[in-house]
Each structure stands twice: as C-alpha cells, then as structure tokens.
Design a protein around this ligand. Structure first.
Ligand SMILES: O=C(O)CCC(=O)C(=O)O
Ligand SMILES: [Fe+2]
Length: 289
C-alpha cells in the first residue's frame, strides 16, 4: 500500500526532466512544475503529450474530420465569417468535430485530459464547451491578440483550453504567443480577431510594454491556456499547414451569459440569461472529482 501511494505521489510531483514519451498512452500526469507554471503564467507547455503512434493516429483522424466538414459550426449557418477574406485565411476553423466524427469524439471526451484541466484550475468538475480544429494553411494571416472567454456563452475565471500541436509549430509557421501572468488582470473586454494584430492593447494599454512568450512545440506536444490569458499566433510563412486541435473545458456550474457563440439554434432559443449550462448532450461532463 505504502509503495503504491509513493509511486502515485512521485508520478504527480516529480520535477525530473520529461523523457520522450515512449509509453503506450498519452502523458496525462502533470508535474508539480507544470501545475505551478500554469497557475503563475496562465499557460503551460506539455511536452510529449502524444506518443508517436498517437500523433499519427490523431493527425489522420482529425484531418479526415476537417475535410468532411463544410460548415464552421455544425447546424449553424453563421454567415459573415465563412466568406470573410481575412478571417478565413487566419485558419480553417472547424468547431465541434466530436459531433460529426465518432473517432474524434473519443479524444474530446477523454476523462484524463479533463482531469488535467480540472487539476490545473483546481476545480472539481469540467464540462466540454467545444472542440475546434485550427489549421493554419500555407501563407495564413496571423491570429490577432485576443482573450477567449469573452467570446463564450459563460463567464468563468477557470475555463481552459488544451491546444494540441499536430505538426511542429515554429516561429515560421504560426506558433502561439501568450502574455505571462496577464490573465489575473484581464476583464471580459475584448476585440474580434481582425486585421490589426495588436488592437487588444488599445483595450488593455497596461499590457502594451509587456514581453510575450512564444510557445514553439514539437508535433505531439500540447499547451493549456486559461480562458482569460491574452494570446495570439504568428502568420504561416511556410508552404505547409500548421495543424492544431483544441478542446475547451468549461467548469461545471457555469451560467449562460446571453451570448450565443457556438450554441445550436434549439438550445439558444431555450436558454435564459442566468440558466445553468448543464445540457449533457451539448456540454457533457468530462471529469468530476
Ligand atoms: O491556433 C491559433 O492560431 C490560435 C489559437 C487560439 O486562439 C486558441 O486556441 O484559443
Ligand atoms: Fe484563442
């Protein structure tokens, strides 16, 4: 018993350098260094998240699911976005692939990843808000600085996104940038992801002189960023795709704030401001302590 407890403990708190992931399974155990870095900065890189085999498998499954989907959001004709010359060349965004691909669903509903999200945010339960493929094509525009949570249908300081790199992500092809620690000062004021890469800094002038961190990644690495962390991505200055897949977790117990975001028509019509977002078909519980 003591041995088992010790082994479990050492897995969680070990600070040793992470070796190449040669396990059979994705690396869902967080080190204490990763947890404290996330809580300090509002983001953290998780190296070697997928094994080499998993990377091959998920890259294929997610790319197939993207190709099979014409709509940005299933069942929602969100005119104005598809057809926008600039935004459509920021990335190919396909939301809620779990709803149209049973294979992707297995990854999105993965309890151990939900537990990572809950552990990083130190909260008991996480529901799915939505997933999305974010494929920056060759010569894609940069992703302007923004904050995620203000776009969503709830407000919470404890929502988080895992962003999984399906290709090597570099300075050349559109790596993410984050402002360390700024999530603690963020409000729900925001900007749209538009042509001016830095317009967020007109809303938050105190951040104008802050130095961002660029998160380069190997394919199969991942990062988490808090829903209030200001972040951006560079342009893709290569003739190849930069493929990423993100899963957004909403703390259990969040309430509807009146913004539609990715809500399907039927649910949107039923909800009143202040209602719990607890529809298990649309926002399933991923992890509960
Ligand atoms: O992939 C990108 O370019 C941006 C990602 C992003 O904004 C997000 O995952 O919240
Ligand atoms: Fe974002």
């Amino acid at each position: 018993m003591i041995l088992i407890v010790f082994e479990h403990y050492s897995k969680i708190v070990s600070n040793e350098t992470i070796r190449k992931n040669t396990d059979q399974r994705m690396r869902t155990q967080l080190t204490s260094a990763e947890i404290s870095r996330y809580r300090k900065d509002g983001f953290v890189r998780i190296e070697n998240f997928f094994t080499a085999d998993e990377l091959c498998k998920w890259r294929k499954i997610i790319s197939t699911a993207v190709t099979a989907r014409d709509e940005r959001i299933p069942g929602r004709n969100d005119g104005g976005v598809l057809g926008d010359e600039f935004y459509d060349n920021v990335f190919t965004q396909r939301v809620n692939l779990w709803q149209t691909s049973p294979a992707v669903k297995e990854l999105v509903l993965n309890k151990a990843i939900g537990q990572m999200a809950a552990t990083l945010e130190d909260i008991p339960g996480m529901r799915l808000w939505h997933d999305q493929a974010l494929f920056k094509g060759p010569w894609a525009n940069p992703t302007a600085w923004h904050i995620d949570n203000p776009y969503w249908s709830f407000y919470s300081k404890h929502a988080t996104t895992i962003w999984i790199a399906l290709d090597d992500v570099t300075l050349q092809n559109g790596a993410l940038y984050c402002l360390p620690g700024a999530y603690r000062q963020a409000s729900y004021d925001n900007v749209a992801i538009g042509k001016n890469v830095g317009s967020l800094f007109n809303v938050y002038p105190d951040w104008k002189d802050r130095e961002p961190v660029c998160i380069e990644m190997k394919a199969g690495d991942a990062s988490f960023h808090n829903g209030l962390t200001p972040h951006a991505a560079g342009p893709n200055m290569t003739p190849r795709q930069r493929r990423a897949f993100a899963i957004i977790y909403m703390p259990d117990g969040c309430r509807y704030n009146g913004q539609r975001n990715v809500l399907p028509q039927a649910l949107f019509e039923k909800l009143n401001k202040g209602d719990l977002l607890n529809n298990n078909a649309f926002n399933p519980i991923i992890y509960q302590r």
